[in-house]
Design a protein around this ligand. Structure first.
Ligand code: A2R
Length: 310
């Protein structure tokens, strides 16, 4: 007998093909409006991605739901409280994407400071013949502040150390590491050249990077975000960039994906990426394997490889 699984998000073919081979897969929206009563009564597992919104309304409609499987590390879109209240387990895919996301944070930092996208356009549009490309900003040896020194934050620090950067961090509490700790994110921003966001989303980090933090980072500062779009006040960011109160920004995540705030699109001092930090073949394969391993372990009655903490 094949168990019935509801898929509410786009998943790469390498995963959805294997899902279809092993399970009865229903495809639904995040509201589940299109599912009839007979269908909702059979759904034991729900597969989402890191950007999915799985709210109490959908969970309530699935009377035999046992597990929510997230393809991604962030699970701020899942109503974990509603799931826990029903004894529904939640899993995600930490660790396997850490290296890629850290690599991409460094890519954005270098790309923004050295204005790589602008340089590419400069060459393509024939402007090189009129004169040299303007000087850019050095990265090696500069001061880097990391917001959220978790798995990804630590991997970013490790890479930045190879660039002789001076690393400090902000989090909810100091950790047993040698980097200086700042209890205030504004004070951290005032003390660095580059501020990299590597925290997840949710209420506790909503607009943690606001106008005051951006002003503290200042007109020679660069903001990088590989955490969650909701952590940065995008309207305040666009304003600070437009007015030259912030030098630049490199963003892989946005408040309303796939629609970055319109004010960002016309700016020349922001590098925009389509939430692709973990989107390499190797990592998406590893995330797919871990997603299926969590699902299989659940239905085999074994302990889950990567349940969410708590
Ligand atoms: O939970 P804690 O206190 O150990 O610290 C976590 C920190 N963090 C915060 N820092 C400041 N203010 C907050 N309200 C706050 N909430 C959490 O963020 C931890 O040091 C870090 C998150 O690290 P991990 O849980 O190890 O996650 P990982 O794998 O580094 O991924 C971070 C995020 C994902 O949630 C996705 O949104 C994105 O990167 O790909």
């Amino acid at each position: 007998m094949k168990f019935t699984v509801l898929r509410v998000a786009h998943l790469p073919p390498m995963l959805s093909e294997r899902l279809h081979a092993d399970y009865e897969v229903l495809e639904g929206s995040e509201r589940g409006d299109e599912l009839d009563a007979a269908q909702t009564r059979g759904i034991r597992a729900l597969v989402a991605n890191g950007e999915s919104r799985v709210r109490a309304g959908l969970i309530d409609r699935l009377p035999v739901l046992q597990v929510i499987i997230v393809f991604g590390v962030g699970y701020d879109g899942i109503d974990v409280e509603a799931a826990r209240a029903r004894g529904i387990a939640v899993t995600h895919t930490p660790d396997v994407l850490t290296e890629d996301v850290a690599d991409f944070a460094i890519t954005l930092m270098l790309g923004t400071a050295r204005r790589l996208a602008q340089a590419d356009r400069f060459v393509r549009e024939g402007r090189w013949q009129q004169g040299p490309f303007p000087f850019t900003r050095k990265v090696s040896g500069k001061r880097l502040g990391i917001v959220g020194l978790g798995r990804i934050g630590k991997a970013i620090a490790q890479r930045a150390a190879a660039f002789d950067m001076h690393i400090s961090y902000h989090g909810r509490r100091p950790l047993a590491v040698d980097y200086p700790y700042y209890a205030s994110v504004t004070e951290l921003a005032a003390a660095v050249d580059f501020l990299v966001v590597a925290v997840g989303g949710g209420d506790s980090t909503y607009h943690l990077i606001d106008a005051a933090v951006l002003d503290a980072l200042g007109s020679t500062g660069i903001l990088i975000n590989v955490g969650r779009g909701s952590v940065v006040d995008e309207v305040a960011l666009a304003q600070a960039l437009a007015e030259g109160r912030l030098l630049g920004a490199g963003l892989d995540v946005f408040e309303d994906e796939p629609r970055p705030h319109a004010g960002l699109l016309d700016l020349d001092n922001v590098l925009l990426a389509p939430h692709m930090a973990s989107a390499t073949w190797d990592t998406r394969r590893a995330m797919s394997d871990l997603t299926l391993a969590n699902l299989a372990a659940h239905f085999a009655g074994e302990s889950l490889p990567t349940p969410i903490p708590g």
